[in-house]
Design a protein. Structure first.
Length: 427
């Protein structure tokens, strides 16, 4: 069944038309996997109607689970497959949705409906400020029938990403810096906007501070690069989250001025100041990579909001960075930081979290990926399957990722519930 761009819900985006999305969907269900040359186009076409779940099929699945007859024509095994694989989950307000049953792989995951995929993928891409593969994959992790290989293919055709993709690479050493806790080491740097079109009134610089363990970022606009302004923001940050064990920067006078250093040490004498040569990614790799990501996302934001000042978008961009999946920490910075804060105030260890070995190994970095990793081949497992067979489906469920709904939520249920109400899933 060919995808009809008129069937996709949601506002059409400038960076990817619905017609282009429909073609990408048709190509996905009709072409063999590049990773498996034994798969044929015939095999994929035969199962193309089962690769994505249409709204009509979804509603018939609900009818079967409610003990009713489906309204559309299906193969004889359809009711058995539905009852054996899925169940209804009650949601606030008296409505229900379909999830995978316990005992099946990926139990309790939701179904992404074909007609909503355009809006869901687009919303996720925009929520991450045009994030790439890993960022998108994390946003979709609670859903089925939204294959990660398809999502990756969609964002490859984003016109905004194509225009903004930087060509510069940052080459760093292969030396790993091991840090085992939040606030053990902070790195800071200034991003210079002086004399550029992005200058916003009196604000010409961004003070970017990054926690080395969790990759959590803070960013503050500054009118000058004077040490007094840097010191003021550091005081504000340390009053909010506490002082770090080590504070690392380059040897610029805005970071090494005696008055600023003495002011910090008078309040927090245990902080160890570490300096290195300016633009030295071997020692400042964490914040240097973060600078490139921040500037790239800020450039994208300015293109989308040309009448606004960059300072208006800075909080949104930093929030996006902190809530986007990072491969070195296998999590989002936001989750790690607030789990760490719980553990700090929990001497009994009730809320303690594991601190896996820091994997921030500096490598040649494609700045389009914040984590400094080359994007691996998306190795999906199996292709579209005959869903009416009793065996476990072989579609790439373990790589299916959850769409970001208009309302963000860590556990997926709240966002999905709101999305159901807004999109009329319970009709």
């Amino acid at each position: 069944m060919s995808a009809n761009n008129r069937s996709f819900f949601g506002v059409e985006r400038e960076w990817l038309s619905k017609a282009k999305f429909a073609k990408l969907m048709d190509d996905y269900v009709s072409n063999p996997r590049p990773s498996d040359p034994k798969k044929t186009s015939t095999t994929n076409v035969r199962n193309s109607d089962k690769t994505f779940i249409t709204l009509e099929m979804y509603n018939d699945m609900k009818r079967v689970l409610q003990g009713q007859q489906p309204t559309a024509s299906h193969e004889a095994g359809f009711p058995y497959w539905v009852r054996n694989t899925f169940k209804l989950k009650s949601l606030p307000g008296g409505t229900t949705c379909i999830v995978r049953k316990e005992g099946n792989r990926n139990a309790n995951k939701y179904i992404a409906i074909k007609e909503h995929l355009y809006d869901m993928i687009a919303s996720a891409h925009e929520a991450t400020i045009h994030g790439r593969r890993d960022a998108m994959k994390d946003k979709f992790k609670d859903y089925l029938y939204c294959p990660s290989r398809f999502v990756t293919e969609v964002i490859k055709h984003c016109s905004t990403c194509a225009r903004m993709q930087p060509k510069k690479q940052v080459k760093t050493s292969a030396r790993a810096i091991h840090v085992d806790s939040f606030l053990a080491k902070l790195q800071m740097d200034l991003i210079d906007f002086k004399g550029k079109d992005t200058a916003n009134g009196d604000m010409r610089y961004i003070l970017h501070i990054k926690d080395h363990r969790t990759k959590y970022s803070w960013a503050y606009p500054l009118p000058t690069k004077e040490a007094s302004g840097v010191g003021s923001k550091l005081h504000s940050l340390f009053y909010e989250v506490g002082p770090p064990d080590e504070l690392q920067s380059d040897n610029g006078k805005e970071f090494t001025a005696d008055d600023m250093v003495n002011s910090i040490k008078s309040k927090w004498p245990t902080i160890k100041f570490i300096t290195s040569s300016a633009y030295h990614p071997q020692s400042q790799g964490c914040v240097e990579r973060g600078n490139l990501t921040l500037k790239q996302k800020l450039k994208i934001w300015e293109k989308e909001y040309p009448t606004k000042h960059w300072t208006d978008g800075l909080p949104e961009i930093v929030y996006s960075m902190n809530t986007t999946y990072s491969r070195p920490i296998n999590n989002t910075p936001y989750r790690l930081v607030y789990e760490a804060i719980l553990a700090m105030g929990d001497p009994e260890g009730i809320f303690a979290i594991d601190n896996p070995q820091d994997m921030d190994v500096d490598t040649t970095h494609d700045v389009g990926n914040e984590d400094g990793q080359q994007e691996p081949h998306d190795d999906d497992h199996g292709d579209a399957h005959d869903m009416y067979h009793n065996e476990e489906p072989q579609q790439d469920y373990d790589e299916d990722v959850a769409p970001t709904s208009p309302v963000e939520s860590d556990n997926g249920l709240e966002a999905y519930t709101d999305y159901l109400y807004e999109q009329g899933y319970n009709d």
